[in-house]
Design a protein around this ligand. Sequence first.
Ligand SMILES: [Zn+2]
Length: 383
Amino acid sequence: MTFRTRTTSRAAAAARPAVRTVRSAPALRPLHHRLDPARVEEIPFHTADGVRLGLTRVDTGEAGRPAVLLLHGHTASADMFLLPETRNLVDVLLDEGYEPWLLDWRGSCRLPYNATGRRYTYDDVALYDLPEAVRRVRDRIGGRPLFVVAHCIGALALSLSMTAGLVPGLAGVVSQGVFLTPKLAGSTSLRMSVGWELLRSRIDHIPVDFRTVGLWSKYTPLFALAGRRADCPDPTCQMLHHSAWGSGASLFVHEHLADATHGRLAELLGPAPLWIVPHLRRIAQARTVVRWHDTDHRYRALPPNALDAAARIDTPVLLLAGSDNGLWLDSQRLCRDVLARRQPQLDVAYVEIPGYGHLDSFIGRGAALDVFGHVVDFLGARS
Ligand SMILES: [Zn+2]
């Protein structure tokens, strides 16, 4: 083994020509699906602020189909719409005559940015990711109708893009769980204010996969807390179903998941970064989607308050929610009521799915029967 002194290594560095820093472009984790691989076209792209994202088109071989862009929730990925073990939303859209497109925005667990990359807020998703993805889809589909179906934070960020006028002319939007009026369970808000604030000084994200953090680590108390009074012995499931990353909320109705889906929860949902909590808290306290950056001129295009700018919405909206949503409660019903009062000219519909929670509305084994019919009815009426 050889050791170089500081002086010699500095001299060597000075003698070498400066190396240009090249931004690394890590590959996306492969999608997990049972489609014909030849029909799945992956289109990676960079946003204007230099983040590499993933766009996926499912080629139907038929020109002229209306396109539907699917937006996952934070820490999930496009995989949530492609579950091989169930009849998934992409299957249903293909059978009903649509061309599915899937975006992995910067909060996707298929990308490394979510937990370990540069920090961001939902302003960045609304300003950079979603408008650029919509532009790229439109470049390919021309004048065909383009719908968006969005889940959770994907829908929340989309509401900010829409009220900023950054994605005009969509044929229709389906939002699941939450849209313009986020309302979190009381205990969730409280834990987000107190517990996560304490944690933020010590850890950077909340993991979901017990196997990757080990039995004894700084995360052990988190898993122990999530496991209290839990019926299911699986630590990942406890962290998500019973605790929603330590927030005290619940992400899905347990019995609605197929065994195979339950077994791959750690693949479907990644670690939750704690640095996003201040923006989420500000949104929860305002009960509407608010911009984080107040003084940075780059974000001027976004409205300070999306609900106040709701008159800019120029497309029909379907607000979808399980009656037992354990994360966003009845935010969607509230959104319907508020928009009916403040913006009665908008085309807004609300559908509640009896007995469903949050994420099971898309990844539940019965979602094709109980949920997706409402989505295709909405799209069909506007195609
Ligand atoms: Zn479980």
